[in-house]
Design a binder for this molecule. Structure first.
Ligand code: PHE
Length: 341
């Protein structure tokens, strides 16, 4: 019987320590300590045992009972503890605030411009930053000996090709693959051989626009640019065109927006330098030679194109005074724009 008691204790404790539910623990308590349990049964029969055995068996039964009770108590508090720690929420703790990112100011401006032009029915296209001379120059009516190439000196790649100097390349890439009508914009990075300072960088961003259809006129160009200016810099914004030259447009212009800061009223304005105008970009009517290089009939179609740098506009919009900040990847700079609308 001594042997049986020791075995009983061992099995009971082992089973108890293996449970992880209060209900199962209660069942084990009934099984091992309940009125009908083997242990109770032994204990109540002690009186009938020979006197020399009684103390030993009695002591062993008492020890078994104690061991089982201790195991139940400790297992119960363990189960309670785990249940509490997994369901307990301290509502007074400060919440975990996710680390919100902020769009880079140039990306933010790109979104804004894309919205403006989508509203006028333009589609967004992307072109490659590594280009060939044909798409960057020749197809844009800028042959090898053309002096305009000097202004667009760039990085030439060892494997052939170059880093594009403007987004006008996308005009060609799209027209090669599509028939008119075309209304597209394209935004992206461009490169030129520039010495880096507060207003120049060898890597910069442009937005290109192209509209080709029957009877597209200079008035359409003017209206489109004006609509953009007013949405970008305010409803009072005026546009001024100055004649200019680009190999791929004829006639060509540069256009300015009236100063959104002083509206021409301040001789000391830091944005327009007292002129009342901010130089924005180049534009013009697509040169017939460009249509010929993509297989369009210039007698049948006309179009306008424009291209503008994004950095200048972002600098004006967000009060940035050094173009190098855009590409330095300094989080202290980018975080300053997280609260803009
Ligand atoms: N690609 C020209 C530049 O980078 C801008 C331009 C685009 C001019 C389209 C006219 C038409 O200077």
């Amino acid at each position: 019987m001594l042997e049986e008691l020791l075995q009983l204790q061992e099995i009971a404790v082992e089973e108890i320590l293996a449970t992880n539910q209060l209900k199962a623990l209660e069942d084990l308590r009934v099984k091992y300590l309940g009125r009908k349990s083997r242990l109770r049964n032994i204990m109540s029969s002690l009186g009938g045992l020979p006197t020399d055995q009684r103390p030993k068996i009695g002591q062993a039964a008492g020890e078994a009972q104690k061991a089982i009770q201790t195991a139940i108590a400790s297992q119960m508090s363990l189960i309670r503890e785990t249940e509490e720690s997994s369901s307990y929420i301290d509502v007074t703790l400060p919440g975990r605030v996710p680390d919100l990112g902020a769009p880079h100011p140039l990306i933010r401006l790109s979104y804004e411009l894309t919205d403006i032009f989508r509203g006028m029915g333009f589609e967004l296209f992307e072109g490659p930053e590594t280009e060939d001379e044909y798409h960057n120059f020749d197809a844009l009516n800028t042959p090898k000996d053309h002096p305009a190439r000097d202004l667009h000196d760039t990085f030439y790649l060892e494997a052939g090709g170059l880093l594009r100097t403007h987004t006008s390349t996308v005009q060609i890439r799209l027209m090669e693959n599509r028939q008119p009508p075309i209304r597209m914009i394209s935004l992206g990075r461009c490169y030129r051989k520039e010495t880096v300072d507060a207003t120049h960088h060898f890597a910069f961003h442009q937005m290109e626009g192209l509209f080709v259809d029957h009877n597209v006129s200079f008035a359409d160009l003017k209206g489109t640019i004006e609509a953009m200016g007013r949405q970008l810099l305010g409803p009072k914004t005026q546009v001024r065109f100055r004649s200019h030259f680009f190999p791929f447009t004829e006639p060509s212009v540069e256009y300015d927006f009236s100063c959104s800061l002083c509206h021409g009223a301040s001789k000391e304005c830091r944005i327009c330098k007292g002129t009342g105008w901010i130089e924005i970009a180049g534009a013009g009517m697509v040169d017939p030679a460009v249509f010929e290089s993509v297989g369009y009939d210039p007698e049948n179609y006309t179009g306008f194109a424009f291209g503008m740098g994004l950095e200048r506009i972002a600098m004006i919009r967000y009060g940035i005074d050094d173009v190098r900040l855009f590409l330095e990847n300094d989080l202290r700079f980018i975080r300053q724009f997280s609260n803009l609308r």
